[in-house]
Design a protein around this ligand. Structure first.
Ligand code: NAD
Ligand code: GLY
Length: 376
């Protein structure tokens, strides 16, 4: 790219009705681009971030906020801060700085910042504008898109929240250069998920480009984020409130959420989802839906991404934790299972014994890979 030319912007539309429609603006080096965000923010902005991300990117972001009056609040870094207390601290900041309904909350960070800032935006004065600026791979391909906002409760993850669509999502893949490798790999789990649930060709592309992705090659990354966002945008546009089809986005997640809870969040979300997808594929084979070959391809791709395929979790405890999942209806587990790569469905018919066996099949005395936590 010529130093003087503005970065290219790819636009993916989340085609919701009326004012709930919004663009995902994707590029390499977009963060401080003047005029890209301007149409989506008000005259006043509250940036919500955490010390690590703000230290890296707050100054770079400022030019894109134009003439807006900007306040900032930093929240604690990590899943343990996705709480009602953090949510209340953001509301306190909005109230103390006398923000009105015309304010835009700008979430600069990963999924934790996005979820809790989004919930504050959903509820402050019955809802103010929200712009998501995701800086982790997981947030760029998943949590920043689709309007799910939440905080955790001791009874379970994301127990308290709201649907609140952003006015725009700005995803700059250049920010991923500083992301620790373990966090980055965790985001690759969600990328793999999109291939499994909706696009076998994309899955095959991932098989041939995983090395480039692991190396954070910008061209490969732009394609992976773009295709992931296209799939998520299409699913959300079809079923905003998860009355049906949107549930497919939870492939591997019911297992994954239980793994996170039972291991005291020793597994990153994406790592737990990777193990959950291995379990979901195992279950799909046991139910006579997917074949062994597809299950092996999913395991190989997750392994190539450096993700765990198993966890030290006791099946009975998993079943109990999974029953707490928001997708369990009347105590009947609803699980996403795979019929063939690129095609999944939701079932409430999986026999408990088969789910038990699928968990046992992916059980080990293994802990998540702690290596590779540098940003390279
Ligand atoms: P995270 O927000 O905790 O970020 C991971 C770590 O990376 C943090 O320490 C953060 O400070 C750091 N970081 C972020 N960007 C960085 C950068 N560019 N350079 C260096 N460090 C950076 O984790 P996450 O994986 O982004 O998000 C996980 C959360 O997202 C979970 O709470 C999960 O429940 C939620 N989630 C929500 C949805 C949704 O639809 N709302 C979907 C999936 C996941
Ligand atoms: N991450 C699942 C969803 O957005 O529905």
């Amino acid at each position: 790219m010529n130093a003087a030319s503005p970065p290219a912007v790819q636009r993916i539309d989340v085609a919701l009705p009326g004012e709930r429609a919004y663009p995902i603006l994707l590029g390499d080096g977009l963060l401080g681009a003047v005029d890209v965000l301007a149409p989506h923010i008000g005259r006043r902005v509250l940036v919500v971030s955490n010390p690590a991300v703000a230290g890296l990117y707050l100054d770079a972001l400022r030019p894109s906020l134009g003439n807006a009056q900007v306040d900032c609040v930093e929240i604690g870094d990590g899943e343990q801060f996705k709480t009602l207390e953090t949510y209340a601290a953001i509301l306190d900041a909005l109230i103390e700085k006398r923000h009105h309904r015309t304010t835009t909350v700008v979430a600069l960070g990963g999924g934790v910042v996005g979820d809790v800032a989004g919930f504050a935006a959903a509820t402050y004065q019955r809802g103010v504008g929200l712009v998501q600026i995701p800086t982790t791979l997981l947030a760029q391909v998943d949590s920043s898109v689709g309007g799910k906002t939440a905080v955790n409760h001791s009874a379970g993850k994301n127990m308290i929240g709201a649907f609140h669509q952003p006015r725009a999502v700005l995803a700059d893949v250049a920010t991923l250069k500083t992301l620790p490798l373990r966090e980055y790999r965790a985001g690759l789990a969600e990328v793999v998920k999109y291939g499994v649930i909706a696009d076998v060709e994309f899955f095959a592309w991932l098989e041939t480009h995983m090395d480039e992705l692991v190396a954070k090659d910008a061209k490969a990354l732009l394609h992976a984020v773009q295709r992931s966002c296209q799939i998520k945008a299409a699913v959300v546009a079809e079923d905003e409130r998860e009355q049906g089809r949107r549930a497919i986005l939870n492939f591997g997640h019911t297992f994954g959420h239980a793994i996170e809870a039972l291991t005291g969040f020793r597994y990153l979300h994406g790592e737990a989802v990777a193990v959950g997808m291995a379990m979901a594929m195992d279950l799909s084979v046991r139910l006579g839906r997917a074949n062994d070959r597809d299950a092996a391809r999913v395991r190989r791709l997750l392994d190539a991404a450096g993700l765990p395929l198993d966890a030290d979790v006791e099946p009975q405890a998993m079943l109990t934790a999974m029953a707490m999942d928001k997708k369990a209806l009347d105590d009947q587990l609803r699980l996403v299972v795979c019929d063939a790569l690129g095609r999944v469905c939701v079932t409430a018919q999986a026999p408990r014994a088969a789910v038990h066996a699928a968990i046992e099949g992916c059980r080990t005395r293994h802990t998540p890979r702690a290596s590779g936590n540098s940003a390279a």
